[in-house]
Design a binder for this molecule. Structure first.
Ligand code: PA5
Length: 454
């Protein structure tokens, strides 16, 4: 994986870029930030995941074998950090029409993630799967999340109807080691259960059972995922800003925020990476969007992530990115080698002025379009950067996950906020409990009813 920050700078894009003196000034904070990152390493338990999951990975692989041998479908039930990592892994590495492939080509079960409570969306799944032949992975770290618990209840109802009391094998749970309703259910009914390690927040959990069971079921090389993350960890734990891409990303993005760039666009040029942009959107938004600073004062920090897809969004959003306000940083994600090389053949009819395309490849076209867009936004003086993956494989994807996690943690240090809590999300969860009549939330329900009458 290569990262190029040149187009963030005043030297390449002109007056709206980051100046040398901005970097030097913010770099003065690096020793303190580095010290904090080292001191908090144990509390950031997700940083150890590429190293300490061997025992659980053995168990996960055994479970994945059982699933692939005994079922036709594997469905993840979860939301936010409990779902987005699996989605990013799935499309980032596997065949883009994986579920439609014949089983021998897939080499395993079909794969689905349900991360919403749209009744039509949930029901649509039941129209294409046989629940008897489906293993459900229910993931909720808190063990209480209303969306996941309601999906789980629907699934249990369907399984009971189809299998009587023999549904235990169709359910796997992943949750906290002791807290939450899901843990109680796990203890009471003895479902196969994996644990989200302490100190691993939802959006940082892809390299623990939350994402790894999906990876194993999909025959994704978990060791390569870890190897990519470990290599990135080596670079991202250096104190020297110029050798540490996570510190540089955090510094430049925070400098951009100071200049009014309140939007972070992630624009991969690969269909399979759109879910990676989705995963990043949650990571960046939920970690950095904070009302309070570490000192308790109101700061209202954060930068709005936007996911865009190259080249598709060149024909929708790029006009704005090129000629609109200077309020964005665009991160292009480039892939050097796709799984496929697709040639544009000699056409059997006279293609007239389009004939220059004959004999070229679609691969060259997508790469050229990325370069062209990068050129256009750079010429327009808009801050942009490029992340290049050599291929869309487990090692590169593992490195990308870890890089973005480290950059987010470092940005939290620059912004002097807690990147690991999510009080705004919790407030919404509590209000939903109240509106759905959960015991203990009567006062909140009354408050909400009063507010709706105003
Ligand atoms: O990053 C986070 O903490 C959140 O996005 C959670 O992943 C999300 O709210 C789901 O929570 P849980 O896993 O507790 O169901």
């Amino acid at each position: 994986m290569k990262i190029d920050f040149n187009h963030m700078l005043v030297q390449t894009i002109g007056e709206h870029g980051i100046e040398e003196q901005d970097i030097q000034k913010m770099a003065l904070k690096i020793p303190q930030i580095h010290q904090n990152m080292c001191a908090k390493k144990d509390a950031m338990a997700w940083r150890s995941l590429p190293y300490n999951q061997a025992a659980v990975v053995a168990d996960i692989k055994k479970e994945a074998e059982r699933i692939n041998a005994g079922f036709e479908n594997f469905v993840v039930l979860g939301i936010g950090g409990s779902a987005l990592g699996s989605k990013a892994l799935f499309t980032g590495i596997k065949h883009l029409k994986y579920n439609e492939l014949p089983r021998e080509k897939r080499g395993g079960v079909r794969f689905y993630v349900v991360d919403n409570v749209d009744p039509d969306g949930i029901n649509a799944l039941f129209d294409v799967i046989d629940v008897k032949k489906t293993c459900f992975h229910v993931i909720t770290k808190s063990g209480n999340t209303v969306e996941t618990m309601s999906q789980f209840m629907i699934v249990l109802g369907k399984l009971k109807e189809a299998l009587g009391d023999r549904f235990q094998e169709n359910i796997i749970l992943t949750t906290d080691k002791e807290k939450g309703i899901l843990k109680k259910i796990s203890n009471q009914y003895g479902f196969k259960t994996f644990t989200v390690p302490d100190g691993v927040g939802g959006r940082f959990s892809v390299l623990c059972p939350v994402g790894l069971l999906s990876a194993a079921v999909l025959n994704i090389d978990i060791e390569a995922l870890f190897a990519g993350a470990q290599e990135m960890d080596e670079a991202c734990t250096k104190e020297n800003l110029w050798e540490n891409p996570a510190y540089m990303y955090a510094l430049l993005y925070c400098a951009a925020m100071k200049k009014g760039a309140n939007i972070s666009v992630m624009m991969p040029y690969a269909d399979g990476l759109l879910n990676m942009a989705e995963w990043y959107a949650q990571l960046w938004a939920e970690s950095l969007g904070k009302r309070y600073g570490n000192d308790g004062s109101i700061v209202n920090k954060g930068q709005t992530p936007v996911r865009a897809l190259g080249v598709t969004d060149q024909h929708s959003q790029i006009q704005l990115y090129t000629e609109g306000p200077f309020d964005k940083v665009i991160a292009f994600i480039d892939v050097e080698k796709f799984h496929t090389e697709l040639k544009i053949p000699q056409a059997p009819i006279d293609m007239q002025d389009a004939s220059y395309l004959q004999g070229q490849t679609i691969n060259k076209l997508i790469a050229s379009e990325m370069r062209a867009t990068e050129y256009a936004v750079t010429q327009a003086g808009k801050m942009n950067m490029r992340i290049t993956l050599s291929e869309m494989n487990a090692k590169e994807i593992g490195a990308l996950f870890f890089f973005l996690e480290m950059a987010t943690a470092a940005a939290g240090e620059f912004l002097e906020i807690d990147a690991f809590d999510q009080p705004g999300v919790e407030a919404g969860k509590i209000a939903t409990f109240a509106l759905m009549g959960r015991d203990g939330y009567e006062e909140k329900a009354a408050e909400l009813n009063q507010a709706s009458q105003k």
